[in-house]
Ligand binder design. Structure first.
Ligand code: GDP
Length: 458
């Protein structure tokens, strides 16, 4: 049973603010708006109104009222909107007055969007895009979220699903109506051809390789290195605020601290890891274990070491060096110019490092170059992402399931003998996976296609 109550909520930010937007959605939105303002504005045209408490008749505020009759509204239901003065008492008074109108109740989190989805105004990927747009912290994230909201993934997935359903309809027709005279014999090969083409296109979308996901979450850069190298000091320098504890004692950064940075429009998540070193102390051991794990999973490791004296330089262990891209950061350049030739002697692997930066986290020398380097890295990493459509693990898994099912269908098709049922089964599960992506799964539509294309009207 669909919930027929009318929901309402403050849709703008917390008061006090210049303006507060209160929205209502549902069958009683119209009555509520009339009771509060004494009139119903023309659809989609702002009207200046007095908002009154329907019981006491007291004027609460003067506001702009908007009226969006169903189905041409954000939720697909009747929607009313009040743009009020954004004061605490104004907002509280209006919400209280609406709450006393029959059939109206406060909306739950995301409930307007949920109704939009249930009424077919947004598919699931657009709902996700909307959430991402609200959460976007950098211009690149914003662009990606906006494209997703506007159907970049959803429309493509739905078009693929329609083509799959058409292919499935051919196979089903072959199974169900093979004894009828007006059904052509070879329905399987056009279906197989369509499946091959779809498999290619979906696999190509997947090949975007998680960069869309990274753009959502941020490219992960881990600051790692031995204790006292100046990691926390560097981290704070890069973040330009005191986010980590800087301490002259070794082993104090036991937890991983992360911040989100906007580097030239691209999101970078910077991690300050615990001093990676051998320790007998259990709490610190745990910190070290987590630091190693996080550093190994990062897109880039900034390996910080005291560069002021050759005997203080410490280099990454082989397994970290093998697993990650590492930039060497020689810190404490204010004490002494690092002797770079010693690096080759000490680590014998200078070519493994993408870049070597000389910095002083303490006085800021070389930090601009390092930040520029990081911004360049992010820019290059994300330069291929613009066309990417996979922005979440959920999408990737469903596309992988689709490709997997198509592969099995194609494998059945080349086996000798009659395998229509198995081919149909796999095409169906491929279509279901795509339907889950957009939230549009519906078995009736297969019958609809058969009906439309084959006129089984007798
Ligand atoms: P971490 O253990 O690697 O996080 O190192 P910290 O950031 O806590 O720094 C350890 C010590 O080195 C502190 O006393 C810092 O003030 C000092 N330090 C950090 N960076 C520099 C630097 O560039 N130059 C100098 N002279 N001291 C630094």
């Amino acid at each position: 049973m669909p919930d027929r109550s009318t929901i309402f909520a403050l849709s703008s930010g917390r008061p006090p603010a210049a303006i507060a937007v209160v929205r209502l959605s549902g069958p009683n939105a119209r009555v509520a708006l009339e009771k509060l303002t004494g009139r119903l504005p023309e659809p989609r045209k702002a009207a200046l109104v007095r908002v009154r408490d329907p019981e006491s008749g007291e004027t609460i505020d003067e506001a702009l009222a908007l009226w969006f009759p169903a189905p041409h509204s954000e939720t697909g239901e009747d929607v009313a909107e009040l743009q009020l003065h954004g004061g605490h008492a104004v907002v509280a008074g209006v919400l209280d007055a609406i709450g006393r109108i029959e059939g109206c109740r406060l909306a739950e989190p995301g409930e307007f969007t949920r109704r939009a989805f249930e009424n077919g105004r947004l598919d699931l990927t657009a709902v996700e895009g909307l959430a991402d747009l609200i959460g976007a912290e950098t211009p690149a994230q914003r662009r990606q979220a906006f494209r997703q909201l506007k159907g970049l993934i959803g429309d493509r997935a739905e078009a693929w699903r329609q083509r799959l359903i058409a292919a499935l309809a051919l196979v089903e027709a072959r199974i169900d109506f093979s004894d009828e005279a007006d059904v052509p014999e070879d329905l399987i090969s056009p279906a197989v051809h369509a499946a091959q083409q779809l498999r290619r296109e979906i696999a190509a979308a997947l090949a975007g390789g998680g960069r869309g996901e990274r753009l959502r979450e941020g490219l992960v850069v881990a600051i790692a290195g031995p204790p006292n190298a100046g990691k926390s000091t560097l981290f704070n320098r890069l973040v330009r605020r005191e986010a980590a504890i800087v301490s002259p004692y070794a082993g104090t950064t036991r937890d991983i601290i992360e911040v989100h940075l906007d580097l030239d429009g691209y999101p970078v998540t910077l991690l300050d890891t615990a001093g990676i070193r051998d320790s007998a102390e259990p709490v610190e051991q745990e910190g070290v274990r987590r630091a190693r794990e996080r550093a190994t999973g990062a897109d880039l490791v900034l390996w910080v070491t005291d560069g002021s004296a050759a005997d203080r330089m410490v280099f990454p262990e082989k397994n970290l060096a093998d697993a990650s891209m590492i930039w060497l950061t020689l810190n404490k350049a204010d004490l002494a110019e690092p002797v770079k030739t010693r690096i080759t002697e000490l680590s014998k692997s200078i070519s493994e490092y993408g870049f070597i930066y000389t910095v002083s986290a303490l006085n800021g020398t070389g930090i601009d170059q390092l930040i520029n380097g990081l911004a360049g890295f992010a820019k290059e990493y994300f330069s291929t992402v613009e066309a990417g459509i996979v922005t979440r693990t959920r999408h990737r898994h469903l596309f992988e399931q689709t490709v997997g099912a198509l592969d099995r269908a194609l494998a059945e098709a080349v086996r000798f003998g009659e395998h229509e049922e198995l081919i149909a089964e796999e095409l169906r599960s491929a279509a279901t996976a795509l339907g889950r992506l957009t939230g549009r799964v519906d078995v009736e539509d297969i019958l609809d296609v058969i009906f439309r294309d084959f006129c089984i009207g007798k």
